[in-house]
Design a protein around this ligand. Structure first.
Ligand code: OAD
Length: 256
């Protein structure tokens, strides 16, 4: 049964959620795009605006889309990479990192985000379910032995291997791709063993990440959801706090 569903600014709701976190020996923070929204990084759907609004997510974030239009997809990611580099962690990222430092070994961040704002705020050993937008990797396995190592330094978009023609792609998980196995296994193990899970800024629409909240709840953890809007995993919440991450997390975690 859910113990509170409230405006995050209601002191009773905050207090109940804070108490659950304070009692926990092991806490998982599962974050999504909403935690970086107040750093100016658009959520996935908000990134499909302006010039990009005529495309489907699958046109821009899938292997098929990249193979069909590599330059278009590369340019979209180049714009998003620029946004990530310019952005700074906000009060929500910092509140999680500070909690982790105050309670060593207690909190682990599991993120669906491809930005590096948790790490820049000071969180350690972040589990990255959907990769890293700032990393490059080859599109295909290199056919040569030894494998080619560097792409052309030229202006090609995307860069291409001068020897085998392989293309460079962003190191993110695209639609239809499997999550990195070790990250997913670690996240599932942490979720099934934690005493509390703090779910921040995710729509809960993308699986298997969305399943982690239910997994934690079924295993007996308290689940605190922070989101200004309804999400698809609200059913898993023991404490549902309607509010923006950068406002709620400092209050929730400061005294915990
Ligand atoms: P979404 O873009 O699906 O959802 C963002 C969520 O953040 C929504 O529920 C918003 O209500 C919430 N939100 C917005 N502003 C907020 C704020 N200031 N504080 C707290 N919450 C806020 O993002 P994700 O759930 O992360 O996948 O999406 C999951 C995956 O879908 C992404 O990782 C990406 C995308 O396709 C891959 O790249 C594989």
């Amino acid at each position: 049964m859910r113990s509170s569903t409230s405006d995050a600014h209601a002191p009773a709701a905050l207090d109940a959620a804070r108490a659950a976190l304070r009692q926990a020996r092991s806490v998982v923070a599962l974050s999504g795009a909403g935690i970086s929204a107040e750093s100016g990084i658009p959520t996935f759907r908000d990134a499909l605006t302006g010039l990009w609004s005529r495309f489907d997510p699958a046109d821009l974030a899938s292997e098929e889309g990249f193979r069909a239009h590599p330059q278009r997809v590369w340019d979209w990611y180049a714009e998003r990479r620029e946004g990530v580099r310019r952005a700074e962690p906000n009060a929500a990222h910092r509140a999680l990192a500070e909690f982790e430092q105050r309670h060593p070994g207690t909190l682990r961040v599991v993120t669906q985000n491809v930005d590096d704002l948790h790490q820049r705020a000071g969180s350690r050993d972040v589990v990255r379910l959907h990769g890293d937008i700032l990393q490059d990797r080859w599109l295909d396995a290199c056919p040569r032995r030894p494998a080619c190592r560097a792409a052309d330094a030229g202006p090609a978009r995307p860069p291409r291997c001068a020897h085998c023609g392989n293309l460079v792609r962003p190191g993110v998980v695209w639609f239809g791709e499997r999550l990195p196995e070790s990250a997913l296994t670690t996240a599932q193990r942490l979720a099934s063993r934690c005493d509390a899970m703090l779910v921040v800024g995710t729509s809960g629409a993308v699986w298997p990440a969305a399943g982690l909240a239910g997994l934690a709840r079924r295993a007996g953890a308290s689940v605190v959801i922070v989101n200004p809007a309804a999400s698809e995993i609200d059913d898993a919440a023991t404490h549902l706090l309607r509010g923006a991450a950068a406002a709620v997390l400092p209050q929730l975690l400061a005294a915990a």
